[in-house]
Each structure stands twice: as C-alpha cells, then as structure tokens.
Design a protein around this ligand. Sequence first.
Ligand code: BES
Ligand code: ZN
Ligand code: ZN
Length: 496
Amino acid sequence: MEIKVIAGDITQIEADGIIVSAFEGVQQLDGAVADIDKALGGAIGSLISGGVLKGKSGEVSIIHTLGKLPARIVAVAGLGKLQDFNLDKVRGAAGESCRSLRKLNCKKIATILLGSGVGDIQAEDAAEAIAEGSLLGLYSFTHYKKPEYGDIAEILIVEKNKDKLLALERGIHKGRIMAEATSLARDMTNEPSNYMTPSRMADVAREIASKYNLTFNVFNSNDMETMGMGALLGVAKGSNEPPKLITLSYKGDENSEDTIGFIGKGITFDSGGISIKPSKDLDTMKGDMAGGAAIIAALDAIAQLKLKVNVTAVIPATENLPSGTALNLGDILKAMNGKTIEVLNTDAEGRLILVDALSYAVKQGLSPLVDVATLTGACWIALGTEYSGVFGNNQKLIDQLLGAANRCGEHLWQLPMPEEYKEQLKSQIADIKNLGDRYGGAITAALFLSEFVGDTPWAHIDIAGCEFSSKESGYTVKGATGVGVRTLVELVLSMA
Ligand code: BES
Ligand code: ZN
Ligand code: ZN
C-alpha cells in the first residue's frame, strides 16, 4: 500500500473514501471537518446533534456522499475526549477507519492530518502515527488463506500547507518502518510451529542480515555443547527439531565499542515438556517465540532507520516437547556460566534457554541488556493482555523503557524484584532451581534470570498474554500483536 502526502483541499480530493475526525462531545465543527460537513449539507452536524456520532475513541461513522463530494464515502473517526488525546488515539483512529473503509470496498483513501496541532502534537508525528496505525490496522496474516477483503492500494494524507510536506514524508517513512517491522513479528508469531521452526527463525534473521548488511551467525547444538550451554541443550533434547542460537549484529556507530544486547525467547512450541500443559488453547504456544520475533524485527527497523548505535540480538530457539529424550523432573543442567540448575518443572523452560543466551551476551560484553519473553502465565494473570511486566537491575534502563513504551503506545508496568523471594529458588543439591512458589511467579522468574547477568545493566520484559489479541480494536487485529518491537526501536532511538 502506498502512503503519500499531497497539498490540497480534502473536499476536492478524488478518492473512494475520506477520513475526518471529531472529538467526543464536540458541538462546533471547525477546519476540514466543517468544510466536509458543509458540502454534505450538514450531515455530520445532524449526526452529532442526534446523538448518533459521539466522537468516542474507536467509533467510526460512515456517511455516503451521494455525489455531494468527489469521494463516495466519508468516515468520521472518533478521537475520544480532548483531555485524553495523544498520538496513540491517532494510530487507533487511522487503523479503525481504514478497516471500515476497506470493508466498503474502498481502494483509494484520503485523510486529513488527524490530530496535528492539537496540544503539542507536531505534523510529522501525526503523519507517522497515521502511517503506522493504518498499516497495522489493515494487517492480515495471509500465508494460508485469502484475506476477506480486497487491499487498499493508496492512502493520501492531505495537507493545505505546502511547507509541511517534507516533514510529513519523514513521518510516513518512520511510521512505515515501525509498522512493517511489527508486521514481520506478527507474521512470525502467527506462523504455526510446523513452519516457524528454530531453523526458519534463523532463516528470517539471515534474510534481514543480507538485506541490510548485518552480521549474522547461527550456532547449532555442537557449538552449544562447545560453549557449555547445558540449559538450552537440556530443553532442546526432547525435540527432533534442531535448536539454534541466532545472533544478528547491527553496527551503526563505528566509533563506539559499546553494543546494546537484545535477547528474545524463541520457544517455537511450548507443550510444557514432561510437565505437560493441558491441551485447551495449547495452539497458542506456537507464539512462545514472540520475544525472539520482536527482537529480530526490531533489528530490521533499527537497520532501516540507520540509527547511530550498535545492537546485537541473541535468540535461543528450540521446541519444548515431551519425549523419550526429554528432560525429567529433578534433572540437573549446567549453564554456560557454570551454574547448576535443578529442573523441577520442565514448563519453566523459558528461563532455562534465556540464561544461556544471557550468559553468552554478558561474555560478548554486550551492555545494556534487554530481554523480551513470553515467560510466565503469572505475569499475564497479574497485568492482563495490554500490559507487559518490566523488571531489571538498573532503574535508569527501566525508566528509558517505560518512556519508550509510552511514546509508541505499548504498555509496560514495572514489577518489583524483592531480594527475599530469592529464597524460593534455593536448591538442596544445585546452585539454583527453576521453580519458585505458586504466588508471584513472574517475579521469581525474573529473579532467576537476574542470577545470570552479573553486574551488567539489564531489563527483562515479560510479554506473556500480550503476544496475541482475541479482538480487533484500533490498530490491533485478531492474532499476533507484534508486541515489543516498537518499544525496542523507540528505546534505541532515545539512545542514538
Ligand atoms: N510459555 C509459558 C508462559 C506463558 C503462559 C506464555 C501463557 C504465554 C501465555 C512458560 O514457559 C510457562 O509455561 N511458564 C510456567 C512457569 C511455571 C511452571 C513456573 C507458567 O507460567 O505456568
Ligand atoms: Zn513453559
Ligand atoms: Zn514457554
């Protein structure tokens, strides 16, 4: 889909559908929406006075123009209450209204610069949000089934002031990169485990590397053996699918020795292993590699944006299956950093594979470290499907992540790492065990990871439950969300 900017008057644009907006509780229309209302003989105003058009966030009112405008349809997107307004409302309104117009067979859409000039919202940022929101809202996973509706071919952002066009183009450029990277993570996560194997995850990373000239490496089980990655190998040994440790490095700052490390959980299917999960909704465990996908996709965006930083992604990828060769309960594994781990639940496999990846990242001198993982059902229970948990040993890094998430419309909530809870991870016969008490499971998982990063500044994002959405809303569609990608890119943007 093309997204362009043109200078002009929205009432004169030849398009199938046009998008304008209204705030909740608005009485007096002004600007472009007033011009459209006038051309439609007051149709928008009467919908407002009749209480039909409320301007609530998520609402889209469709008006057929019946020849009163060059465009066939006008969509009025609700922006919610003025005092709650932010860029995320623009992304949501763009996604929601584009989907409505696609259902009505629109191929060419024109929109005003939603939200620009409201509060301190700049034109460039509004254009970015429109591009990002429309591309993400129109996303569908089409590998195995034709999409329900035809594609929208073109979106025009119409702006009266010619001087703003360059800034708008910059905004669209960034919005598209963010949305396409997020869509890549969505695609990877939506893929079933018989397609998105550890080897295929490596293929995706390899393709990105060759496209943007990044350094790519993939370690197989022999390499893992040599490096002493007993925890990752322990999880992998229940499956016939070869495990992979994937690394992808972007060097945007030749003058700096510092390299940020991103680590992503890449369990391509989590059956629980011998501690097998119930089969209800088990299909969603194909998404247990969403953290790994987010990190691969973030590097794609960072490379395209040519940010002046160095970043290395490390993705431990394997299946977690029960079999004659799988881990048994009580087995003891030795991680790369030499620590021994007693396995008391094979379903707590994420932390096992992550600690070898974290040890590897520490050994490579990567700093700071950020890991992203669908790690615990407990985090999902605690924070629901919209908020991911963030933990860490460095408040500055956590604050940077909270800020990044806030800017891009993802939600992070910091959870504590009380020293006292470490008691729960003590093993009688090994350095640590992989299971804590029933309560506070997201916290003990984070504390487990913390034992493998030493003094390196580190943050951990638990995205469990946020990797899929069960409903369509704003720029989110049913299925994989691509959570984490935009936060990571925003983080790097703030560091570059
Ligand atoms: N992959 C799961 C966590 C998960 C749950 C992700 C729901 C997405 C949705 C993880 O490997 C797991 O099974 N964790 C266990 C840990 C427990 C055994 C300590 C859990 O959360 O139940
Ligand atoms: Zn598990
Ligand atoms: Zn898992």
